[in-house]
Design a protein around this ligand. Structure first.
Ligand SMILES: *[C@@H]1O[C@H](CO)[C@@H](O)[C@H](O)[C@H]1NC(C)=O
Ligand SMILES: *[C@@H]1O[C@H](CO)[C@@H](O)[C@H](O)[C@H]1NC(C)=O
Ligand SMILES: *[C@@H]1O[C@H](CO)[C@@H](O)[C@H](O)[C@H]1NC(C)=O
Ligand SMILES: *[C@@H]1O[C@H](CO)[C@@H](O)[C@H](O)[C@H]1NC(C)=O
Length: 442
């Protein structure tokens, strides 16, 4: 697994870099740097301050010379490799008035709930070595607008009715102040749309489809949790599927408290909204009634641990489970996908046509099961079959720390995590960069 992964990165590096270094040498350097990075991380965790004075790699000199701030320099040094992998890509982050972002943070949930990738990515990018403070040298322009933090007082869910106007007002703001939006009509500008139907900005699919992607975003790059592998009006725009946000601290805390022997006493787990008599909302049923079917068929099945109430400690149940059901909700994606992977429970994806995040980093077919929506009646049989055949193999694949890391947004960003994957994907879109010609002749 790790071996093929490294090969994968190596091939990518080779394609991306168009480098003159000999194959083997490059591979060796890559491994060395990778090891170096792990070492750096663990050592610096305990010996942060002494590290600065004792560690002085010649390789980092050019980068270090740009910065006087030691902690900043240290971050740069730790991810020298990133500069290669990202092909020297630079991202400029607009400094918007606080009404577009920071003001929303007064509500603590804004930076922790499942749509909080818009906040997490912003924070992680601010600390990334790919970030530039000079827009003239930028390849991409990130607009940090938090649209999912207007929590409804009635049901507690984010109201995103204001999303379009908030973003369009932010675009107006930057296009008057600086020439970069007008220069490209937004094609090198990056936005996050981390709620149900992404860049369509509505929670109900029929309305989302009717509204479509707003005109002012159509040229841009949208990082969205929504993705399907068929034509859909809410992805008629350059887009990257990103994972929903799960606080990495919560995962770490759960793992710390999990049984030492790694025993999983729950066979199949699901906790969440599961209506017995689903409401017909404008001709649509929540989760296409899949959850209702699961509840009806397996509610009394002892192999299934199904709960409909909210429970803050549900991660401790995931870590005890072998299979974690990830049925669609209003949209196909679910935060359960991330939590299952991060906590080593085999995700059982029940969401026809779903397009999953970062397929080049996460071998979804090897670490999860996919069950068709109209096959949930056979769920018990399917899971039993897997349990007696290839479950061990799937669980082994799932233990790969690289896979688990790819779906979490850390701050600061760590190599291979979700923000890193976003940057890697952007670096494959450098043909959109105004600076492109300069880069390719270097
Ligand atoms: C927040 O959402 C409500 C609808 O639930 C809307 O009336 C209000 O204008 C929104 N607030 C902002 C600042 O956009
Ligand atoms: C960008 O275009 C808009 C609309 O045409 C215009 O009002 C604005 O002044 C332009 N911005 C700059 C910086 O030239
Ligand atoms: C759901 O409601 C719509 C009207 O909003 C109606 O046309 C449709 O027949 C209803 N579906 C079912 C299964 O009741
Ligand atoms: C495990 O078996 C199931 C059902 O036979 C199959 O669909 C799946 O692709 C297999 N997964 C792996 C990783 O072998």
């Amino acid at each position: 697994m790790l071996q093929t992964k490294k090969k994968g990165f190596y091939v990518k590096m080779k394609l991306l870099n168009n480098t003159r270094i000999h194959k083997n040498q490059e591979k060796r350097i890559f491994c060395q740097r990778y090891l170096k990075w792990i070492l750096w991380f663990s050592i610096s965790f305990y010996f942060f301050s002494s590290f600065i004075t004792t560690h002085n790699k010649p390789i980092s000199r050019t980068v270090l010379s740009h910065h006087s701030n030691p902690s900043r320099a240290l971050i740069e040094e730790s991810s020298i490799k990133n500069l290669d992998i990202f092909k020297g890509m630079k991202v400029y982050i607009y400094d918007l008035p606080s009404k577009y972002n920071k003001d929303w943070l007064t509500n603590e949930r804004c930076s922790t709930h499942l749509f909080a990738a818009e906040v997490a990515l912003h924070n992680a990018l601010m600390n990334s070595e790919t970030t530039t403070f000079d827009p003239w040298e930028a390849d991409f322009f990130f607009l940090p607008v938090y649209v999912s933090c207007n929590f409804s007082k009635v049901n507690g869910f984010p109201a995103i009715g204001h999303a379009r106007s908030l973003i369009s007002s932010a675009i107006e703001h930057i296009s008057y102040q600086l020439p970069f939006w007008n220069r490209s009509l937004g094609s090198d500008h990056v936005f996050v749309a981390s709620h149900d139907f992404g860049s369509c900005f509505h929670t109900m699919e029929d309305v989302a489809i009717a509204d479509g992607v707003p005109e002012f975003l159509k040229n841009s790059i949208i990082l969205q949790t929504f993705g399907v592998n068929y034509k859909h009006p809410c992805q008629e725009v350059e887009n990257v599927v990103i994972p929903p946000y799960i606080p990495p601290e919560s995962v770490r805390a759960t793992l710390k408290k999990s049984p030492v022997d790694g025993r999983r006493d729950i066979f199949a787990f699901f906790r969440g909204k599961m209506e017995l008599h689903p409401k017909n909302v404008s001709g649509r049923f929540y989760g296409k009634q899949v959850r209702t079917m699961i509840w009806r068929k397996y509610g009394n099945d002892r192999r299934f641990y199904l709960r409909r109430e909210r429970f803050a400690g549900y991660q401790s149940e995931i870590v005890r489970s072998t299979f974690c059901l990830c049925p669609l909700g209003w949209a196909p994606w679910s935060p359960r996908l991330v939590e299952s992977v991060a906590l080593g429970c085999v995700p059982v994806i029940i969401a026809d046509g779903i397009r999953l995040p970062f397929p080049s980093a996460v071998p979804w077919a090897d670490i999860s099961l996919t069950v068709a929506e109209n096959d949930v009646d056979n769920l018990g049989k399917i899971l039993e079959h897997v349990a007696t055949t290839n479950l061990t193999k799937i669980q082994k694949n799932l233990r790969d720390p690289e896979v688990r890391k790819a779906l979490l947004f850390n701050n600061p960003m760590t190599q291979g995590d979700a923000t890193w994957q976003v940057l890697l994907t952007l670096s494959q879109k450098l043909d959109r960069s105004h600076k492109k010609s300069r880069v390719s002749t270097q």
